[in-house]
Design a protein around this ligand. Structure first.
Ligand SMILES: [Zn+2]
Length: 189
């Protein structure tokens, strides 16, 4: 499947609101191929030369429904650069049927708000999510069931991608009447 900024479905397409279904494991050839293509999109999207040539918008994650396939498949690549002498840490996942099994009461949000490959317009406001989540699912990259204990930016990204499975977009979480709420004890990223 050709995945680029033209073929990714946007929020004016009703399919983006569809619920995604779990996929059978082991993955079918078709599902495995799609998951690898989603991952490849994310990987290539942050390489400027390829991204420009292939019309890829930089992303840290993409879910299958964003290419019109209502299946619980998502690819995530999050790079966290350490301070000065700390090395960059990269979290890479090719997930099938990931589920949030626990979430912290403490909240977190991105100070600059969120974006999405399926949302062309800016939507200003805090998307308040859990600061920590535990996600379980099958990871094709390591070919095993995994448990991800995510915090900070990675936790935000996973919650954003898993929201796509229920047809939820990031701006659904923004309170139009109070887009920049004060959230007690929240971690601001
Ligand atoms: Zn998104």
């Amino acid at each position: 499947m050709l995945i680029n900024n033209e073929t990714i479905i946007k929020d004016n397409d009703p399919r983006i609101r569809e619920k995604s279904q779990p996929v059978p494991l082991p993955l079918s050839q078709e599902d495995e191929t799609l998951l690898r293509e989603l991952y490849q999109y994310v990987e290539n999207s942050t390489k400027p030369e390829i991204a420009e040539k292939e019309n890829l918008r930089p992303a840290v994650g993409i879910s299958a429904i964003q290419v019109g396939v209502p299946k619980q498949l998502t690819a995530v690549i999050v790079r966290l650069s350490g301070d000065d002498d700390e090395e960059e840490v990269v979290y890479r996942y090719m997930l099938a049927n990931p589920k949030i099994v626990s979430s912290s009461v403490q909240k977190a949000y991105l100070e600059s708000g969120e974006g999405c490959l399926s949302v062309a317009d800016e939507h200003e406001g805090y998307v308040v999510r859990s600061a920590r989540v535990t996600v379980q699912g099958y990871d094709l990259l390591t070919d095993q069931k995994i448990t991800i204990r995510a915090r900070g930016y990675l936790a935000i990204v996973l919650q954003h991608e898993l929201d796509h499975f229920s047809g939820t977009l990031f701006y659904d979480h923004i309170n139009a009447g109070n887009p920049f709420p004060k959230v007690a004890d929240a971690i601001v990223i």
